[in-house]
Design a protein around this ligand. Sequence first.
Ligand code: 9MR
Length: 532
Amino acid sequence: MPAGIANIPSLQETFQNYFLMGNIVSGPAFESPRFDVLKYHFNIATAENAMKPDSLQREKGAFTFAQADGMVDRVLAAGMKMHGHTLAWHQQSPSWMNYEGIGRQEAVDNLVNHTKTVAEHFRGRVVSWDVLNEAIGDNPPNPQDWRASLRQTPWYKAIGAEYIGIVFRAAREADPEARLYYNDYNLDNKNKALAVYQMVKELNEQNPDVGGRPLIDGIGMQGHYRIGTNPEDVASSLERFISLGVEVSVTELDVQAGAEGVLSESQAVDQGLVYAQLFKVFKEYAPHIARVTFWGLEDSMSWRAVQNPTLFDKNLQAKPAFYGVADPDAYIRDNKKTVNKEAKRTKALYGTPRIDAAAPDPAWDKAPEIAIDQYLMAWQGAKGTAKVLWDREALYVLANVEGAELNKASPNAYEQDSVEVFVDENNGKTSYYEEDDGQYRINFAGEQSFNVPAGTEGVESAASVRGASYTVVMKIPFKTIRPEKGTLVGFDLQINGASVRGPRQSIAVWNDTSGESYRNTSGLGILELAAE
Ligand code: 9MR
């Protein structure tokens, strides 16, 4: 018996009285022994990419179902169920379908035609659909108002908030049996969850009987999580959604831990604890949870392969994470330690570089390099590396960013391709900003912006672009401290990645994965000012 099956319990059996257990399929999923492991543990599959709009209708009117049909048939033949992902999305859609500036009628026609044709085609073979994916923006400022919280996509701009009712009605008409889901990420964020709640509430109140039941059957919480994820936040969003009377599914679960494909023993245990705490929550709410689907079988196949987020390693051996899922209570009991959320540390060497991004000063050469590569959204865009120097007057940061589709069209500076530096001069780790704290942003074009303008007069910066990469150099004067060798400074870095269309689609950070560094310094990493 292959690894991944031998001597370990089957997850679908373990959870048979709770919810369906799912995983994703792509071409290689069907190879042996991978597919045997998949069938052993999971009773429902989602196509990782094959049923997205750009896979099924790359050219207008020319539907290409062969690949997806092959997958669905193999999944059903193995006795598993199939979930459909996704009918409408602003990403992974062919450009003719929902381009910037498309007119209303053309957009409605494209949306309805794609949805109906695809849902009819798979009718009877899928039990549920992600009808609409990721329609709510990140950190909506006024989440009570769901319309104002909608992501500014071409669908929205052309049709208005009505496009949501339109796409769900089209799906219900084409496949009245399938359970219809709204699916999104970061729903452990209270604000985003509230906006989704308000949207589903209103749509279901206004459409209580669409083919015998309310328009939206369920909410999909994607669940791209990390060690810092708080299971209590997940539980409170679950509760909120359940109060609407809809079913909830966890649709794309993974938990990033470690980096660069390396997971230390203690990180593996921490990851197991996060999975265990999450499954304790899922079991508690199981009567309202239809399905828990993982986004990847083994680490090496995951979209986040370098962050080791799944239950199995590259040899299909069960990781501690597997045992955290299989028996959360036993795992928590046997690993009595709290998750290690210790801040990362790095050193700044003494030196005063020229503020030059095109030909960086040799003073940088010896400085240790840190990676800005922990992602906070469900999109892996721009990431980079950085070095830090200090002298009596200032901190100096050199950051190299790669993989950016350089764009500064958004009126919000934080959405443009840019690098942000967070400094907590007294390393006070406060839940709010004090006068020694600062946030300094510079975009790829060298434009500065500050959330805390006080004390930023002396900031100097430079930027230099090479293709899809850019370099920034910043001088950030100390505002309140007299730095010396050994001083510890709270410090973090963030790379904002804009999409080709303008809005931010990706955030990568060095240490603080809370997404709160702009107003709370308690999660920042630590910078030690080293020898002169
Ligand atoms: O795992 C998918 C990856 O192979 C694709 O390149 C990527 C591109 O959109 O999509 C990944 O899956 C996404 C899913 O469809 C929707 N939620 C976020 C997932 C991770 O980006």
